[in-house]
Design a protein around this ligand. Structure first.
Ligand code: ZN
Ligand code: ZN
Ligand code: ZN
Length: 327
């Protein structure tokens, strides 16, 4: 048996402020290219497990998660992997109680010790709900501590946390392979690595970045920054890693999509919100989304991220449990 229909959706591709930036009148913030509108960073990995069940794993949960979920009609969450504790990657966590209700199940969240500590402090009403004065509808989460160098399995995916440096903060990137017990399809986007909020890769982490079909990599802006790769650094690192396809994310309003995307080396492209990539045999989805996104109508990209899904087939079955989670 094998996992199948592995698909990555970029839910948000913006830096911590999002793009447009509040109160900014620069050309990118006023751009009518929908690819220049960037919600805060996060991604979704969907696939069918070896038993054919639809699975949806979130990578980070941004303050824009509710909007991101509505755009793609997300109705389930089988786990959340956190790269680090920063607000732009974690402040949507309250929203996931809706998946508890839809699925009548708790959600496992995977993070390193530092991130869990922050989450348990910020979301005290979730993790110590017995102390809440009212019996409120809060998320039901199960904290799972993970660390770099220790792979684990999730529904037939092997997830390998990779140590990356985000300034002085060690954060996690993630490599995804089919688990040995559940081969991936031959034309899958796996192995895939998701590496955001990084400005240096420790020597020991490079071996986790070999043989990739797909790489998602931080690319903040042109000017130097103490905790993120610049445009030039990101391209150089992507060249060194040599994935078949690289998508750049976490961009500021310094980057105009159409201008930079056209200049990138072969195999590299700027991500944009709603971009979906899947097996080589169904690359049309990616291309269709990209083509539609070049239109200047802001509504078009929403259509490519939502309506395109069923027409290209393989829309994952969605849970529609009518039973409310305790509230
Ligand atoms: Zn960030
Ligand atoms: Zn701006
Ligand atoms: Zn960060």
């Amino acid at each position: 048996m094998s996992i199948s229909n592995v698909e990555l959706t970029l839910l948000g591709t913006g830096t911590s402020s999002g793009v447009p930036v509040i109160g900014c009148d620069c050309a990118v913030c006023r751009s009518d290219d929908p690819r220049d509108r960037r919600l805060r960073s996060g991604a979704l990995l969907r696939f069918n497990d070896a038993q054919g069940h639809a699975r949806a794993i979130l990578i980070d949960c941004s303050p824009d998660h509710r909007e991101q979920a509505l755009r793609i009609g997300l109705r389930r969450c089988d786990g959340i992997l956190f790269t680090h504790h920063h607000v732009d990657h974690t402040f949507g966590l309250d929203e996931v109680r809706r998946y508890n209700a839809l699925m009548s199940a708790a959600i496992d969240i995977y993070a390193d010790a530092r991130t869990l500590e922050h989450l348990e402090r910020v979301y005290r009403h979730i993790f110590r709900s017995s102390e809440n004065l009212n019996d409120s509808f809060v998320a039901t989460l199960v904290a799972r501590r993970i660390e770099a160098g220790r792979s684990f399995e999730l529904f037939g995916l092997r997830v390998s946390p990779i140590e990356l440096l985000h300034g002085r903060v060690p954060v996690l990137g993630f490599r995804f392979d089919a688990a040995p017990s559940a081969r991936a399809e031959a034309d899958s986007i796996l192995p895939l690595a998701y590496c955001t909020d990084v400005n240096a890769i420790p020597p020991a982490s490079w071996r986790e970045l070999t043989g990739l079909r797909t790489l998602v990599l931080d690319m903040l802006r042109y000017r130097a920054h103490p905790t993120h790769f610049t445009v030039d650094q990101a391209i150089a690192v992507a060249e060194q890693i040599g994935a078949d396809r690289t998508l750049f994310v976490h961009m500021t309003h310094d980057i105009r999509h159409a201008e930079l995307d056209a200049k990138l080396p072969p195999g590299m492209q700027l991500g944009f919100d709603g971009l979906r990539i899947r097996a080589a045999s169904s690359d049309a989805v990616t291309n269709a989304a990209a083509a539609e996104a070049t239109a200047t109508n802001a509504a078009t990209i929403d259509a490519s991220a939502t309506d395109a899904a069923p027409s290209h087939g393989a829309r994952l079955p969605l849970s529609s449990s009518p039973h409310p989670w305790p509230n």
